[in-house]
Ligand binder design. Structure first.
Ligand SMILES: [Zn+2]
Length: 347
């Protein structure tokens, strides 16, 4: 059906990072990573097939269904908590429930969007997927979270912005279907990071100065020399570790990475538009989801956004939309132009 599915399932951890871990980890880690990579390739070929339960009939109210795969690989697994039910004693289940709720609340309260499709689509999450599975992904119909290996990676539900990132892939798929390859793929990844971070900032009530602008801040165990998977404010600075290598993200077009891997570097070059968003938000100040977030959200479902748009055409679109805003003067437009100039996308 969708371009995303045809080209593969976007997973949270990129293959280059897992491959590095496979080369430098001990025997146990090597097995965890090998199984994860095999699974990821399987899902790239398969795509989502889970049948969704009824949507939420009431606007402003999510319909969450959390399942446990119980270390197997069958989706969606056993239903363990549904909308309105009490907390369980399983932290992965309760985190998935809570963070899916926080993500729903953000899109509803900030943009008036009633779930992924704006028609109350059920939010399905499966936790405890596989044995020590080292990833999280959106498969086209539901979210899936692994437990991690416990040595390098914690369980993937720990991080609100990881859950929000995966759910946002569903929103992107509905609104824009940005092709998951090259620069349009990096824009797809960047949108998921932007809204992932905004969901966290909104949940915590943080201003642009208070926000950490990190993606996956709770994923690493204490043994890893790193703060998170990605930094939107300073791409390339999130981690530097013997087991994982160095964060390869560029923050400027001069350092754009040409590669065949990772669908043409979708998790690498997303650092450039990520930083552009950070620069716009910090130039405006206050709460990032208000003006800057609204602009990016409007761009996401603007009819002028094409499936294969590259960074310059997306930059042009955001500048155009900023200029069309009534009553905002030139401050927003100027902030957007300055940001894209600073990262080298527009001359
Ligand atoms: Zn992603």
């Amino acid at each position: 059906m969708s371009i995303v599915r045809a080209l593969g399932v976007p997973s949270f951890l990129p293959p280059y990072l897992l491959e590095h871990l496979q080369r430098s980890g001990d025997a146990r880690l090597q097995v965890c990573v090998r199984d994860t990579l095999l699974d990821d390739r399987h899902f790239r070929a398969r795509g989502g097939t889970t049948r969704l339960p009824s949507p939420s009939a009431q606007r402003g109210q999510p319909a969450r269904y959390i399942h446990s795969a119980e270390q197997q690989r069958t989706l969606p697994g056993r239903l363990v908590r549904r909308e309105g039910q009490e907390e369980t004693s399983d932290p992965a289940v309760d985190e998935a429930y809570r963070w899916l709720g926080a993500t729903y609340r953000f899109f509803w309260e900030v943009f008036g969007r009633h779930s992924i499709d704006d028609r109350g689509m059920a939010l399905l999450g499966t936790v405890h997927y596989g044995r020590h599975y080292e990833n999280a992904f959106w498969d086209g119909s539901q979210m899936v979270f692994g437990d991690g290996d416990g040595e390098v990676f914690n369980r993937f539900t720990r991080s609100l912005e990881v859950v929000a990132h995966e759910l946002t892939h569903g929103v992107i798929e509905r609104d824009a279907s940005l092709t998951y390859q090259g620069q349009s793929g990096a824009l797809n990844e960047s949108f998921a990071d932007v809204f992932g971070s905004l969901v966290k900032q909104y949940d915590r009530g943080q201003t642009v100065e208070e926000a950490d602008w990190l993606i996956g801040a709770e994923l690493f165990t204490d043994r890893v020399n790193g703060r998170a998977m990605r930094s939107m404010s300073n791409p390339g600075s999130a981690y530097d570790d013997p087991l994982l290598g160095r964060d390869p993200q560029p923050g400027h077009m001069e350092d754009f990475v040409e590669t065949q891997e990772d669908n043409g570097g979708v998790h690498i070059n997303s650092g450039i538009p990520n930083r552009a968003f950070y620069l716009v938000a910090t130039a405006l100040g206050g709460y990032a989801w208000k003006e800057a977030g609204q602009l990016w959200y409007d761009a996401l479902h603007d009819a002028r956004l094409a499936q294969n748009d590259d960074f310059p055409s997306f930059a042009e679109l955001t500048i155009t939309i900023a200029g069309e805003r009534p009553g905002s003067g030139n401050q927003l437009e100027q902030a957007v132009v300055d940001a894209w100039r600073t990262v080298g996308v527009v001359p």
